[in-house]
Design a protein around this ligand. Structure first.
Ligand SMILES: [Cu+2]
Length: 174
């Protein structure tokens, strides 16, 4: 009897003091990387897989980083003429419980606008993701120009859009 009671007391203690910490890990980020930027560029982009392990539907509503004046959630979409355009995702990015949202080249991405310094290969930049329920989640993103998109079926499109996207974008934001 005695060891059981002690064990229960132990687990009660563990749950009590690790609960708030555990809540901070309900959002998992995999394979995050940013493209490097040239000295003249005022914008940059980052990509990742975002997994919701919180058990509840949530929404990514904002992003910030000390390397840029602001960070926007962007999407690519094709207009009636087949031209790819990018723009801000209205209302944030919903991520249902146990679902994954993929930010990738040619698709949704984090857009850094008003870069305060160039994104240099192998740098690690700090980014804060703001969720409706999970709150602020701090992540680190490696600048890795060599990284290839993970999904084979997307490679053709990703390459095509990757060349158009952020050079034209820099002009838009100036
Ligand atoms: Cu963009």
């Amino acid at each position: 009897m005695k060891p059981t009671l002690l064990a229960r007391a132990f687990w009660a203690f563990v749950l009590l003091f690790t609960g708030p910490l555990a809540a901070a890990e309900t959002m998992m980020v995999h394979d995050a990387y940013a493209r490097s930027s040239t000295a003249a560029s005022t914008s940059g982009a980052a990509f990742m897989m975002l997994m919701n392990h919180s058990g509840a539907d949530d929404r990514l509503i904002g992003v910030s980083s000390d390397v840029a004046e602001r960070v926007e959630l962007h999407q690519h979409s094709e207009d009636a003429n087949g031209v790819m355009r990018m723009g801000e995702i209205e209302g944030g990015v919903p991520i249902a419980a146990d679902q994954v949202h993929i930010f990738q080249r040619g698709g949704d991405h984090l857009m850094f606008l008003g870069l305060k310094r160039p994104l240099v290969q192998d740098d690690v930049i700090k980014v804060t993701l703001e969720f409706e329920k999970a709150g602020a989640v701090e992540i680190e993103i490696l600048v890795d120009q060599e990284r290839q998109p993970g999904q084979e079926g997307m490679q053709h499109d990703a390459t095509k859009h990757g060349t158009m996207d952020h050079s034209s974008h820099g002009k838009m934001s100036n």
